[in-house]
Design a protein around this ligand. Structure first.
Ligand SMILES: [Zn+2]
Length: 178
């Protein structure tokens, strides 16, 4: 390598050091209720997000129904989680969407004190934590939901995109997931 190339190399802007651990997966327009194997998607989520071994049986038993063209109140949704089940459009049956929805199951089991404590910690971290800020800057969903009584979505997005990268003080709110 000649000297000018070396100089050029060091002058090149470096790739940003920060990146989301689990970037958003694209929708698969060809996926159908018949072609999707939920066990495979769950296993990929377990291994990529390092879901505790002891909790995997619970998630395997959580009812997830594949609903092509899922809508609610006239709007399309990739997935919706109810107190007793998750409905999932097969085109969005990927580990990231499953990770997000399973957070809603965990959130439903947090008491009001824990929810308020999460909100306070999350909103305070959002002011200082570079990864959370990166997530908010890249993810329109978090952006539009943030600050509008939507820490439920913030809770889910934080796990979905950051996984084990999330700030340590938040881990306590993800029992069964991390
Ligand atoms: Zn959600």
């Amino acid at each position: 390598m000649c000297w000018s190339k070396i100089v050029e190399f060091f002058r090149k802007p470096k790739k940003a050091a920060l990146d989301l651990l689990h970037p958003e997966e694209s929708m698969n327009p060809l996926a159908t209720a018949e072609s999707v194997d939920l066990n495979v998607v769950l296993d990929k989520w377990f291994s990529d997000w390092v879901v505790p071994e002891a909790d995997r049986a619970f998630w395997k038993s959580w009812p997830i129904f594949l609903v092509p063209g899922l809508t609610y109140n006239g709007s399309a949704y990739p997935a919706l989680t109810w107190p007793d089940r998750t409905d999932l459009d097969p085109r969005w049956a990927n580990p990231g969407v499953i990770a997000h929805e399973c957070c809603h199951v965990v959130w439903a089991r947090l008491d009001d004190t824990a929810r308020a404590a999460f909100s306070a910690e999350y909103q305070s971290l959002m002011l200082t934590n570079a990864l959370l800020q990166l997530m908010r800057s890249q993810k329109l969903y978090v952006q539009t939901q943030f600050g509008k009584n939507s820490d439920i979505e913030g809770h889910a997005e934080c796990y979905r995109y950051l996984g084990t990268q999330m700030p340590e003080s938040l881990l306590v709110y993800y029992k069964g997931l991390i």
